[in-house]
Design a protein around this ligand. Structure first.
Ligand code: FMN
Length: 339
């Protein structure tokens, strides 16, 4: 104890890769709505409802894919499913690779759909898996396991490149996605995991038949930073750190994809910290906003804590609508920004 130990802790922290990591800016802070002092609205009548994959939502939010440790993940998934159902928002599960390989279920079974019978639930597999032995049969199992409404394919080339033993062969991923679209018979959603999807890449994915793009841009969770923290190999850590702020910032990715694909449903995610960021994502062209890391602590706690967290996000989004004079989401998309 004492100042020596504290300084030593400071040193350790400053020396620790995570602390050192430079972070990308998602871009939300640079955007401000123009305040409307005369909204002429009843706050309680603001309509945040929308539809996603054929199901109604009470608010335009997706709880983004998260996997956790073997025992913790099951609890987290159950808490998130209860919160999603209570609030009427969409839920994506984390990668089902381990469940498909029979190495633990993490609550990814029929119990999940029983906890969230009315909201969209999205299954999740990695794009690299599609060229390393997984095909439509595995995708179908991932979907059936949780009675999902669609399948997310996550693209994480940076994460795979910096992590030890990562999947390095990414040839043929687009063709594999195209095949999956043809054969699965359910919507295929493609997402990044924190480095963003460009407009041009979104176009290629749309031409392959992908139904929804989740940009998962830079400015939130950085897997390179996480890897730098995790590894004990200093060379690997230095290389991972170099890429800690790599990627297309979320706000930019949303605008690019909207421009390149005017009608495709977009999920705006990556560094969405709160409901005001969610409102900005929607204003820039997203149909739903997605959040992972910022909800994780609550999700670990309890279903009630997870519900309180996402309830607050929805209320923040509603205040943004109220104070821009937006009675619903289409009005929010036209709300003036501050010059
Ligand atoms: N994305 C996936 O597609 N599959 C996963 O299994 C997955 N696991 C994650 C686990 C954790 C703990 C976190 C924080 C994120 C994970 N992600 C995964 C990425 C998120 O879905 C999301 O795209 C990314 O974290 C950016 O959002 P954020 O800045 O709100 O965290």
């Amino acid at each position: 104890s004492g100042i020596g130990a504290r300084k030593s802790d400071h040193l350790d922290i400053v020396l620790s890769p995570r602390f050192d990591a430079k972070r990308a800016e998602a871009g939300f802070a640079a955007i401000r709505f123009r305040h409307e002092a005369l909204p002429e609205l009843d706050y309680d009548a603001i309509d945040l409802s929308t539809r996603f994959l054929g199901r109604p939502l009470k608010a335009p939010l997706l709880i983004s894919s998260m996997t956790g440790g073997p025992d913790r993940a099951g609890r987290i998934n159950a808490h998130l499913a209860e919160a999603a159902e209570a609030l009427g928002i969409a839920l994506a599960v984390g990668s089902q690779r381990i469940a498909i390989e029979g190495r633990g279920s993490a609550g990814l079974d029929a119990s999940l759909r029983r906890l969230a019978p009315s909201v969209p639930i999205l299954a999740n597999l990695g794009g690299a898996q599609l060229v390393a032995g997984y095909g439509v049969a595995e995708a179908r199992r991932a979907v059936d396991m949780i009675e999902a409404d669609g399948l997310i394919v996550h693209l994480n080339p940076l994460q795979e490149a910096v992590q030890e033993g990562g999947d390095r062969n990414w040839r043929g991923v687009l063709a594999a996605i195209e095949r999956l679209v043809r054969e699965l018979g359910l919507p295929v959603i493609v997402k990044e995991v924190g480095a963003g999807i460009s407009g041009a890449t979104a176009r290629r994915l749309q031409e392959a038949g992908v139904a929804v793009i989740d940009v998962a841009g830079a400015g939130g969770t950085s897997w390179a930073a996480v890897e730098a923290e995790r590894t004990s190999d200093p060379d690997r850590a230095a290389t991972a750190l170099l890429f800690a702020d790599w990627g297309i910032p979320t706000t930019r990715a949303i605008m690019e994809v909207r421009d390149a694909c005017p009608t495709i449903p977009i999920i705006g995610s990556g560094g969405v910290r709160n409901g005001l960021d969610a409102a900005k994502a929607i204003r820039l062209g997203a149909d739903l906003a997605g959040q992972a890391a910022a909800g994780l602590a609550a999700a670990q706690g309890s279903a009630e804590a997870a519900t309180r967290h996402f309830h607050a996000v929805i209320e923040q989004l509603r205040i943004a609508c109220f104070c821009t004079g937006s009675r619903d989401l289409s009005a929010l998309r036209q709300a003036p920004l501050q010059a």
